[in-house]
Design a protein around this ligand. Structure first.
Ligand SMILES: Nc1ncnc2c1ncn2[C@@H]1O[C@H](COP(=O)(O)OP(=O)(O)OP(=O)(O)O)[C@@H](O)[C@H]1O
Ligand SMILES: [Mg+2]
Length: 455
């Protein structure tokens, strides 16, 4: 534990075991925590489990090369620096490495001192970059547009990665606007099915009579108006993923049909008695508590268990304090870019209000609020009065930031008195004041008020 040396988590990737060993020895001696991987695939797996500060990778490796790893890190880990090492020094290689996002470039053979200096430079850049990020010391993570650095979102992001590498059914639950569809897309585009279609179906928005033919298709003459055979969403999604949004809204008869697809992996077109095999991965979402609906007999138990193989529960935004400002700044940047103006900042108080608001509409509400703010505010800083009134007032209510000291004191006195059954001597003892002072304070109009149930 030396003070002069900044300790970092470093991942070294090289297909030569002796090189790995040398690098590991040198870097560990400097106090760094060193991980090693012999190829890009295991490096990527390692990063999924524990992000690092710096990746040092060889350029030329069999199968997947270092450049692809650089790209992967740049796209997925904002707070990880990359350094490229190569035994084939060339200007083009260096230029390409830097362009892809490698921070440093080191040509073999290099001395211990050169290595140490390059590592320090990369870590310095990382520190500067991190200190420019307005919120939190933890690295934010972004996968396929899913942003979040709260503990809850980290877990979600991990679950998304796991789900992407599996082929099982996934049930995504969460309040409206928490990002269920975004998670579904992230799973699909992170999976082996990424190049095949992702087909979202809003089960709640399509009348039951139509939903069946939309999902499974119909043959010519199946019903009045069916002048042509038409494929359904399940055929369109062949090889890819179907996303059954608001799956709780499906009727009892539709639930039976979905159960059959899940069991047999085959669909019947409306009007046809011949089934057809489909290779479709099913993701489903609900903003209702499906299990509660099962208990009420509204949702089929067997279908619930078929859907509930992997579950991802998205926490409401009010439970992810660490994400609110991160998302607010993210949306502010995006909308400002769209309008070709500079990104507005939030004043300290505005940030407090944003953090304390309840966000019943979750991320979608935040996105809409920020869009309106970027459109409507002229200045570079967004102040509390710029925020929608509803938000300002409800935030003040929930934090009590509009209460005076006298009010807070009065409430505390009332609570203490109530807790000792109105015994003034006991109450004065607990409050650390004498009985006379207590009597005076009780004469204050606020203290005399009835003990209200919500206080
Ligand atoms: N973690 C996140 N990072 C960035 N953007 C997000 C995140 N979560 C949600 N969003 C954005 O918020 C909006 C709402 O997300 P989405 O449509 O996925 O929510 P939902 O849970 O499907 O909502 P609903 O139940 O109303 O259908 C989208 O514009 C989405 O891009
Ligand atoms: Mg949705």
């Amino acid at each position: 534990m030396t003070e002069r040396c900044e300790q970092a988590r470093i991942l070294v990737v090289d297909d030569s075991a002796p090189t790995l060993e040398v690098l590991q020895r040198n870097l560990s001696a400097e106090g760094h925590q060193v991980f090693t991987a012999l190829d890009v695939a295991s490096a990527v797996a390692l990063l999924e489990d524990s992000p690092v500060d710096l990746v040092i990778t060889d350029l030329k490796m069999p199968r997947v090369g270092g450049m692809d790893l650089v790209r992967h890190v740049r796209e997925n880990f904002r707070d990880t620096e990359v350094m490229m090492i190569t035994g084939y020094p060339s200007i083009e290689g260096a230029v390409q490495a830097i362009k892809t996002g490698a921070e440093e470039y080191l040509a073999k053979p290099f001395t211990d001192g050169e290595l140490s200096a390059a590592v320090q430079r990369a870590l310095d850049k990382l520190r500067i970059r991190k200190s420019n990020v307005t919120s939190g010391a933890q690295p934010p993570m972004m996968r396929h547009g899913l942003l979040g650095e709260s503990e809850a979102m980290r877990k979600v992001l991990q679950a998304v990665s796991k789900a992407a590498s599996a082929s099982a059914v996934v049930l995504i639950s969460g309040e409206s606007g928490t990002g269920k569809e975004l998670v579904a897309r992230a799973i699909h585009y992170g999976s082996a099915r990424a190049s095949a279609p992702f087909v979202p179906v809003n089960c709640g928005g399509i009348p039951d009579s139509l939903l069946e033919s939309e999902l499974f298709g119909h043959v010519k003459g199946a019903f009045t108006g069916a002048t042509e055979s038409r494929a359904g969403f399940f055929h369109t999604a062949d090889g890819g993923t179907i996303f059954l949004d608001e799956v709780s809204e499906t009727s009892a008869s539709m639930q039976v049909k979905l159960l059959r697809v899940l069991q047999d992996k085959e669909v019947f077109m409306v009007g046809s008695s011949r089934s057809r095999k489909v290779d479709v991965r099913i993701l489903a979402a609900t903003n209702k508590d499906l299990l509660a609906l099962v208990k009420k007999g509204i949702f089929r138990k067997d279908l619930f268990y078929r859907l509930n193989v992997i579950t991802i529960a998205l926490p409401p935004l009010r439970d992810r304090d660490d994400d609110i400002l991160l998302l607010a700044n993210h949306f502010a940047r995006r909308f400002a870019e769209e309008l070709g103006r500079s990104q507005p900042r939030f004043s300290e108080q505005a940030m407090t209000v944003l953090k304390n608001y309840d966000w019943p509409g979750n991320v979608r509400e935040l996105e809409n609020v920020i869009q309106r703010l970027v459109l409507m505010t002229d200045g570079d800083i967004i102040h509390v009065p710029d925020l929608p009134p509803l938000m300002r007032f409800s935030a003040l209510r929930s934090t009590g930031l509009n209460r005076s000291l006298t009010e807070v004191e009065a409430e505390h006195i009332r609570n203490v008195l109530a807790s000792v059954g109105g015994n003034k001597t006991r109450a004065a003892e607990i409050l650390g004041i004498d009985r006379k002072t207590l009597r005076e304070k009780l004469r204050h109009p606020l203290a005399g008020r009835e003990h209200s149930p919500e206080s």
